[in-house]
Design a protein around this ligand. Structure first.
Ligand SMILES: [Zn+2]
Length: 451
């Protein structure tokens, strides 16, 4: 999913981290509070993994999050997304969902000091939706059974990204358990729809939630995001000509046509990979741009030549290319394939956007936010954090592209992303929680906890 960027590719010298706001004793008290709360943190993560939150089924788990926010005295705002309002934004994707179960939940911490004395504000963001489990027979146990084996928490959504989301909340808890509270406004966001459009986070922005810094707890194996590819979900529908299978040659098989179309798309994928590698962050990655035929269906009857086939292709967009230009190019390529590829002679094709429509994004280097996170990672772990060029999607682009907030993406180590046997390394979760707690406290500043 990610590629670790070599030190030599950091274009600017690291800026010094801001002056420390906390004493050594305060920092140590926060670290100790993270440790003391660890069992509760793991238990809440397990509880959330056990509540399936597939697309448009996020309601139940979001209710649980809203309760968890309320228990902590956070001001809870939860609402259903409005598809029409979202559609007007240039960063919106396409969807045919009614969002009946897709609840967005934000918990807000307002410091107990006058506004003039408050520190910088912060958004802590994580997504609650999980991807489908795939072939059930490939799972050793129930995908929603949150078992812990050899220090890894298993289950769909364990790593992507319920452990990260609970980590953000637990980092906030630790500051308060240590007798302090953040001196800046904090919004803790649990969003749906990250795995399909990015609409959950977009909905928070449209509702007015912005801040001086954003930290997203996606699993990056302790690395900090430098860049991410753009993304489109493209549905291609091919039609052929039906006939009885006994006289197959009189018809034209739309499923065979899909094979031919995929061949043409692979050529475009090669071209975009060459383009992607012009960016030095992506040059060392073997295949940064991936066109994935994620779903395909077609035909109605084994003894009839199928006259339709539909596939949805996940297409990455190189850094430096506008997603709107990529969309034009895809459409042009599909229509040209119908005219020129002999394997598609007699077929018709329509192309439609059905999910993500996201620009690629490069995080600007040298921000105060990143300098502070770098330093806190070093303080908590002893090592400088790695930096990563991502070949997958992150909601960071919404804050970065439209609001110029240098958004940090940083989280634990995961195996089996979008695959069977998804699991998250609990030691890495603990480490990230410590770093995040220190980052929150140093970014916002702290004041004694209000009674
Ligand atoms: Zn994720």
């Amino acid at each position: 999913m990610s590629y670790i960027v070599p030190e030599a590719l950091h274009t600017s010298a690291p800026v010094p981290a801001p002056e420390p706001k906390l004493t050594e004793e305060q920092r140590q008290a926060i670290l100790a509070a993270v440790e003391a709360n660890w069992e509760k943190q793991v238990a809440l993560t397990q509880e959330l993994v056990a509540i399936p939150s597939l697309r448009n089924e996020e309601g139940a788990v979001q209710e649980r999050l809203a309760a968890a926010f309320a228990e902590r005295g956070l001001e809870v705002d939860s609402w259903h997304m409005n598809p029409d309002e979202l559609a007007a934004h240039p960063g919106a994707g396409s969807t045919d969902r009614d969002y009946e179960q897709a609840l967005v939940v934000v918990g807000t911490h307002t410091p107990s000091v006058p506004e003039a004395d408050q520190g910088p504000s912060l958004i802590l963001n994580g997504h609650i939706d999980v991807v489908p489990v795939g072939a059930p027979e490939q799972w050793e146990r129930d995908p929603f059974e949150p078992a812990i084996v050899d220090g890894w928490l298993h289950g769909r959504g364990s790593g992507d990204m319920k452990a990260g989301l609970v980590g953000l909340l637990s980092a906030y808890d630790a500051i308060r358990a240590a007798g302090m509270e953040p001196a800046g406004r904090i919004h803790i966001e649990s969003v749906p729809e990250e795995e399909s459009t990015g609409h959950g986070t977009l909905a928070t922005i449209l509702r007015g939630y912005l801040a001086d810094a954003v930290l997203i707890g996606e699993p990056t194996d302790g690395a900090i995001e430098r860049a991410q590819i753009g993304l489109m979900w493209v549905k291609i529908r091919l039609t052929g000509k039906a006939a009885h299978a006994s006289i197959m040659k009189e018809g034209f098989n739309a499923i065979d046509a899909a094979y031919a179309m995929i061949g043409d798309l692979r050529k475009l994928e090669d071209e975009w990979n060459i383009k992607a590698k012009e960016n030095p962050l992506y040059a060392p990655i073997a295949h940064p741009i991936n066109f994935n035929v994620g779903t395909i269906r077609g035909g109605d009857w084994p003894s009839s030549v199928p006259d339709w086939c539909e596939m949805v292709v996940r297409t990455a967009v190189p850094v430096g290319m506008d997603v709107a230009d990529g969309w034009e190019e895809i459409q042009e390529r599909v229509h040209r394939a119908v005219l020129e590829n002999p394997g598609l002679e007699g077929a018709t094709a329509t192309v439609e956007r059905v999910g993500y429509f996201s620009n690629p994004h490069e995080v600007p280097e040298g921000s105060a936010q990143e300098a502070l996170l770098d330093e806190m990672v070093q303080y908590a772990t002893g090592d400088r954090p790695k930096k990563a060029a991502l070949t997958g999607y992150m909601d960071a682009r919404l804050f970065g592209e439209y609001h110029d907030i240098p958004t940090l993406v940083y989280g634990p180590e995961v195996e089996g992303l979008h695959a069977p046997a998804e699991k998250v390394n609990l030691a890495s979760v603990l480490e990230c929680t410590k770093t995040t707690a220190l980052f929150i406290a140093e970014w916002c500043g702290v004041v004694p906890k209000a009674e």
